[in-house]
Design a protein around this ligand. Sequence first.
Ligand code: AMP
Ligand code: ZN
Length: 488
Amino acid sequence: MTQQLSIFNTLTRKKEVFVPLNPPHVGLYSCGPTVYNEVHLGNLRTFSTFDVVFRYLSHIGYKVRYVRNITDCGHLTNDAGQGVDRIHEASMLEKLEPMEVVQKYTYGFHEVCRIFNILPPSIEPTATGHIVEQIEMVKRILENGFAYVVNGSVYFDVRKFMEKHSYGELSGRVVDELYENTRELDGQDEKRNAVDFAIWKAVSPNHIQQWSSPWGMGIPGWHLECSAMSSKYLGQQFDIHGGGMDLKFPHHECEIAQSIGAYGLAPVRYWMHANMLTVNGDKMSKSKGNSFLPGELFSGQHPLLDKAYAPMAVRFFMMQSHYASTLDFSNEALQAAEKGFRKLMSSVALLNSLPTAAASSSDITALRDRCYAAMNDDFNTPILVAHLFEAVRIINSVNAGTETITKADLVLLSTTVNDFVFGILGLKQEEEANNDLLGNLLNMILNTRTAAKQNKDFAASDKIRDELASMGIRIKDGKDGTTWSIEN
Ligand code: AMP
Ligand code: ZN
């Protein structure tokens, strides 16, 4: 494969050939969730995007170290470093320890990732597990003169930083305009300038999460967490940093300033931003009340949903648009995706039983090359999906006897479909199908048990019951027959 991967770098606003710093290694970081509530479908779009990036880079032979953090402290309700800590707020509301909140939503996030077939990253560091590294980074920024201490908090001094470096390059924000827009905010008296942001924040004694630092008890700044964890595991400069478009400013802009402020180096070579999942043109977000949780999607229990949707149909829906474009949710679009997904899957299921012939009517090598070309062009999954539908057409035609394929080409076609559909797009046959299979198998077993009971072979019927119980499947004999349930 001579094709090269190009990535649209949101820092330079150009598509660039991807050249890793230390091939074959690639360092990839993406901002993970703040675990104070359940992730919604919009968050999942961003996580699926970087899952595909991780999968594709690995597929083409790179040894990828993928770091996706868990923010379990320090993320305030206001990005400028004011407001309250989201985990603290959730712990007050839910009457739970902050770490119970963290555990609950981290577990939920992992469960949702498993359901959506989002691979675990290589390292999933938590902010609370890296307080020492964060304090060290704050110290360096202070030593370099780019921060100041007020009442136990440390603020990044944007004006000072701008005497030597540029600020606002990633987001295209002009600092003077920022001044205009942020001057009105309340409670900013501690800061020298409104654009400054907290890298360490003093908290009151009733704040449960807090750590001792050279500046007193406090919590790390959210922006600083990602800088400290990415540099620890990927180095002071690394290949790719991703996140949702809404994180460009201030989060990622601040990450750049902090790394330059601490180490004198721009941290990231290629910045990638996934665009927003929208509902009727509005960004999906919890605060707007237009977000669905994955569970609501699978059950169809949400006023905006006409019906339930299977996770893989939803993943396919996301893959049908390019990550850099906004993706608007609608029942019509999801239902169309569901149909397309079923068509793809039923065709893929035919691959093992296709007849072969002495010649092929289609050029499978060229099709495989086109699939790579699509992914090499800034991970263009919608174009890839279009090529995969060309594969569907070929499979269906060969199955119907209107086209032919050689044995070697069939192997190549199967490999292509397996690589791209399952390995790279991360789709899998619908769980529903698995559940049907499980249901059918259990009914079969229960019929055998009923027959054993009718024959008064209670030893056999009890053995079936006990063995199922040991697998976590509970059966209940009732008037209308035997029912089963899976224990949680
Ligand atoms: P948060 O937990 O709010 O920090 O968000 C986790 C990730 O989801 C971040 O990368 C956000 O940019 C991303 N995100 C939030 N809302 C959306 C949305 N509507 N569409 C796509 N990505 C989103
Ligand atoms: Zn981050």
